[in-house]
Write a protein that binds this ligand. Structure first.
Ligand code: DOR
Ligand code: ZN
Length: 346
C-alpha cells in the first residue's frame, strides 16, 4: 500500500503550552487532527472553567484559518477543586474532562492530588454529570522503581477508584505496560486508554542508545520490549478501548539537554505518520483509522469528524530542530526519517 486516506483523526492527549510556545507547535497538530484534548498542566494550572475558556480562546486566536481545528478542554484536578466546578465545566459545553495528576508524578504536577480521598466529592459529581476522568497513572513514591510505577498505580489507586465510582468514565492516559493493557481489557465498561507513538515505536533501550538520550525521556518512561509488544497487540486487535493520544510534550532544547532534563517527547510534527509506522509494523495498517478517528470520538461521545487526511508512503527527513519561541526544540526522530508523509488534509 502506498497511500492511505483516513477520516480526519483526533489527538485525545496533547500538551500545547501557551503564548509563543503554543503558537510554535499548534500548526503541526491542526494540520493533521480535527480536534485535540488540551492538557491543563500550565503554570499556573488550568483549574477552573473560566481559565479553560480563556485558554481555549487563546488557542482559537492562534489558529491558522484552515483546516478547521477544535480544542477540547480539560481541567486540572487539585485537592481544592470544588464539586461546583464540575457543574460549570459541564455547562460550558467546551470541557470534556478533568485530569488527575498525582502530585509530583510528572512535569508541572506539583499542584496535583496528594490523596485520592480529598477528591471523592468531585469524582462523585463527575460521575453524576458524566464528565470523563483522565488519569496520569503512576504512583509517586520515590521508593518505587520508576519502571514499576504504572503497575503499582493500577493496584493501589486505579482499580479501587474504578470500583468506588462504578459509572465514572475513565481514560487511563498514555499506557506503557502489559499490566495496563490487561487492566483495560478486564475492566468494567467505561474504561479506555490512550497510547502514544513513542511507547509503540521504542522500548527503554532507546534512552541509552550510544549514550544518554534526553529527547527520549518522557513520563511514564519507556518500558521493556515485552511491554511494547503488549501495546502493539492491543492496538492491532482493533479493540475500541484503545485510542490515539500523542502526549506530544514540547520543551525547549535547553530544558532537555541539561543535568536534570524535563520529561516530554515532541511528536506533533509527525504524529499520525508515526502511528502509521507503528500500525504497519504490527501488520495492522487497516486498523489505524478506527484507532485514530473513531474510538476516541466514540468514547467521548463526540461526532466522528467529516474531513479526510491522506498519507503517502514517502520517507522524509525530520529537521534537527524546530523554532520554539525564542528557543528551539528537538522533535522525535530529529535528523532521521519517518516512513509516511502527510499529503493532504481536507
Ligand atoms: O513526559 C511527559 N511530559 N509526561 C507528562 O506526563 C507531562 C508531559 C509534559 O507536560 O511535559
Ligand atoms: Zn501528558
Amino acid at each position: 500500500m502506498t497511500s492511505i486516506t483516513l477520516r480526519r483523526p483526533d489527538d485525545l492527549h496533547l500538551h500545547l503550552r501557551d503564548g509563543e510556545s503554543m503558537r510554535a507547535v499548534l500548526p503541526f497538530t491542526a494540520a493533521r487532527f480535527a480536534r485535540a484534548v488540551i492538557m491543563p498542566n500550565l503554570r499556573p494550572p488550568v483549574t477552573t472553567t473560566a481559565h479553560a475558556l480563556a485558554y481555549r480562546q487563546r488557542i482559537l486566536d492562534a489558529l491558522p484559518p484552515q483546516p478547521t481545528f477544535e480544542p477540547l478542554m480539560t481541567l486540572y484536578l487539585t485537592d481544592g477543586t470544588d464539586a461546583a466546578e464540575v457543574d460549570r465545566a459541564k455547562a460550558s459545553g467546551c470541557i470534556v474532562g478533568v485530569k488527575l495528576y498525582p502530585a509530583g508524578a510528572t512535569t508541572h504536577s506539583d499542584a496535583g492530588v496528594t490523596e485520592m480521598a480529598r477528591v471523592d466529592g468531585v469524582l462523585a459529581r463527575m460521575e453524576e454529570r458524566d464528565l470523563v476522568l483522565q488519569v496520569h497513572g503512576e504512583v509517586t513514591d520515590a521508593e518505587v522503581d520508576v519502571f514499576d510505577r504504572e503497575a503499582r498505580f493500577i493496584d493501589e489507586v486505579l482499580a479501587p477508584l474504578a470500583a468506588r465510582f462504578p459509572r465514572l468514565r475513565i481514560v487511563f492516559e498514555h499506557i506503557t505496560t502489559r499490566a495496563a493493557v490487561e487492566f483495560v481489557l478486564d475492566a468494567r465498561p467505561g474504561i479506555a486508554a490512550t497510547v502514544t507513538p513513542q511507547h509503540l515505536l521504542m522500548n527503554r533501550n532507546a534512552l541509552f542508545t550510544g549514550g544518554i538520550r534526553p529527547h527520549h525521556y518522557c513520563l511514564p518512561v519507556l518500558k521493556s520490549q515485552s511491554d511494547r509488544e503488549a501495546l502493539l497487540r492491543a492496538i492491532a486487535s482493533g479493540d475500541p478501548r484503545f485510542f490515539l493520544g500523542t502526549d506530544s510534550a514540547p520543551h525547549a532544547r535547553s530544558a532537555k539537554e541539561t543535568p536534570c532534563g524535563c520529561a516530554g517527547i515532541f511528536s506533533a510534527h509527525g504524529a499520525i505518520e508515526l502511528y502509521a509506522e507503528a500500525f504497519e509494523s504490527a501488520g495492522a495498517l487497516a486498523r489505524l483509522e478506527a484507532f485514530a478517528s473513531e474510538h476516541g470520538a466514540d468514547f467521548y461521545r463526540l461526532p466522528r469528524n467529516s474531513g479526510r487526511i491522506t498519507l503517502i508512503r514517502t520517507p522524509w527527513e525530520v529537521p534537527r530542530s524546530y523554532p520554539f519561541g525564542s528557543e528551539d526544540l528537538v522533535p522525535l526522530r530529529a535528523g532521521e526519517q519517518i516512513g509516511w508523509r502527510l499529503a493532504e488534509t481536507q
